[in-house]
Design a binder for this molecule. Structure first.
Ligand SMILES: Nc1ncnc2c1ncn2[C@@H]1O[C@H](COP(=O)(O)OP(=O)(O)O)[C@@H](O)[C@H]1O
Ligand SMILES: [Ca+2]
Length: 443
């Protein structure tokens, strides 16, 4: 029995990452907001927040932002602390408190109150973390991703309105639209903002920004800043989005593929995605251990699945099965073939599960490393039988998605990083910047 290290990592309530990023952030902010100067007292956030809320005479100020990520496999709270030490000094992103619960909201499709309860338990942490005098000024927002996108409108709305009620009963600031399903393209853009902000790339002239790959349970995103005219010309219109943040406009390539997250891909490989599942129906695959027969609940449906008892198993037949799921289904922008990308979520988890990277430190991999590991696991399933029975399928899917789906080269570099300077590399930070910007909150 292997323990998912994420479970231990996230079962530490109130874990405070008190990282300080003063130098880095000062650099980022000062180049993002070149208008800043001591003499005219213009502030870095002048364009970020309306002038009437700029705390020109404020002393040390701490302000908070609470962002919930209602993912398909879990709900996570991110409580960000920002400090404005004096009007002359740039505010710092001081730290983040992070906690998560499983399962995700969509698992409560038929019990929306219970779903909202799981959110409330996380929100109680914010009550402890944020000083009472700041509660009213601290916005709380929840954005749901693919899990809720896949539910019926009615079930999704029932969950969202229960959560809204929890927010409204809390002492925090509840903006309009505080509970919603996020558009897939925002997920990609906001994660891109987070990563490039945390790595200081937004400070320059966008020369060295890094693209991002997110592999969730139900959907997957790819986002990068195109460098070549060709990419802009050849990409489908709705893959290109202009986005304003920190006083700059970014024209990004981004797309969210619904149904191409790791768990949805398992169902697709088994032939069980978007089909009526008959009672007792068995779905078999050459990517699973021969003798396996088991049940799996996903999105409120029970699936029976198993290995190819009589037939083939192993990497080759598995790759062919998985290929059917991705081949020709994704747009392949030429310019990404040779670039490097940040990759998170299940890319990270599966790489860590198979010791391709260190669970805490992350690491840098080439696309071919996933293929090598997929072969090793699929061709020796009995050796990996203590791990998830889906390990072979997952690694093979990741390999096929990267190579045949997006069209990456074998030697494309992937940077797997869970945290930069102790802050989670999640779309939630980008979303919090956007939130603060729209609310004009500074303390
Ligand atoms: N903030 C986070 N920190 C660590 N892991 C995360 C975080 N957000 C998502 N993950 C990982 O992402 C994967 C699932 O994505 P999820 O967000 O639940 O699905 P989706 O994005 O499709 O709604 C899991 O591997 C989960 O552990
Ligand atoms: Ca996600």
């Amino acid at each position: 029995m292997t323990v998912d290290p994420r479970l231990t990592a996230s079962s530490d309530p109130g874990r405070m990452t008190s990282s300080r990023l003063p130098i880095l952030l000062a650099l980022v902010f000062s180049s993002l907001f070149p208008v800043f100067s001591h003499s005219n007292r213009e502030m870095w956030f002048q364009d970020l927040f309306p002038p009437n809320t700029c705390p020109i005479n404020a002393k040390t100020n701490t302000f908070y932002g609470i962002m919930f990520d209602a993912g398909s496999t879990g709900t996570r709270i991110h409580i960000y602390t920002f400090v404005q030490k004096s009007p002359e000094i740039l505010p710092e992103l001081e730290g983040e408190i992070f906690e998560s619960v499983k399962p995700g909201l969509s698992a409560y499709a038929d019990q929306p109150e219970k779903g909202a309860e799981s959110v409330k338990r996380l929100l109680d942490m914010a009550i402890d973390a944020v000083p009472p005098h700041l509660w009213k000024k601290t916005p709380v927002v929840l954005k749901a991703t693919a899990g809720l996108r896949l539910l019926s409108e009615e079930k999704a709305q029932a969950l969202l309105s229960e959560v809204k009620e929890v927010f409204e009963e809390s002492p925090f600031l509840v903006p309009e639209d505080s509970v919603s399903i996020m558009d897939g393209s925002y997920e990609g853009i906001l994660a891109w903002i987070t990563v490039n902000f945390l790595t200081g790339q937004l400070a320059g002239h966008n020369q060295h920004t890094t693209g991002t790959l997110d592999l969730g349970g139900a959907s997957t995103q790819i986002t990068f800043l195109p460098r070549f005219e060709e990419t802009l010309k050849e990409s489908p219109r709705d893959f290109l989005t202009s986005f304003e943040m920190f006083n700059s406009t970014y024209k990004l390539y981004t797309h969210s593929y619904l149904g191409f997250g790791l768990k949805a891909a398992r169902l697709a490989t088994l032939g069980a995605l978007n089909t009526e599942v008959a009672d007792g129906q068995m779905f078999r695959s050459s990517c699973l251990p021969k003798q396996l027969e088991a049940e799996w609940h996903f999105g409120g449906v029970k699936y029976r699945y198993g290995g190819n008892k009589e037939g083939e198993t192993g990497f080759k037949p598995c790759y062919l099965e998985v290929l059917k799921v991705v081949k020709g289904k994704l747009h392949q922008p030429d310019e990404i073939r040779g670039s490097s990308f940040y990759a998170f979520s299940y890319y990270y988890d599966r790489a860590a599960d198979t010791n391709l990277i260190d669970y805490e430190q992350g690491g840098v991999l080439e696309v071919r490393d996933f293929e090598r590991k997929a072969k090793e696991v699929c061709d020796n399933m009995e050796r990996f039988s203590s791990a998830s029975p889906f390990l072979c399928m997952d690694l093979t899917y990741i390999t096929a998605l990267l190579k045949e789906g997006f069209g990456f080269r074998d030697n494309t570099l992937l940077q797997l990083t869970k945290k930069v300077n102790n802050i989670e590399t999640s779309w939630t930070l980008g979303a919090t910047f956007h939130l603060l910007q729209s609310l004009g909150i500074t303390y």
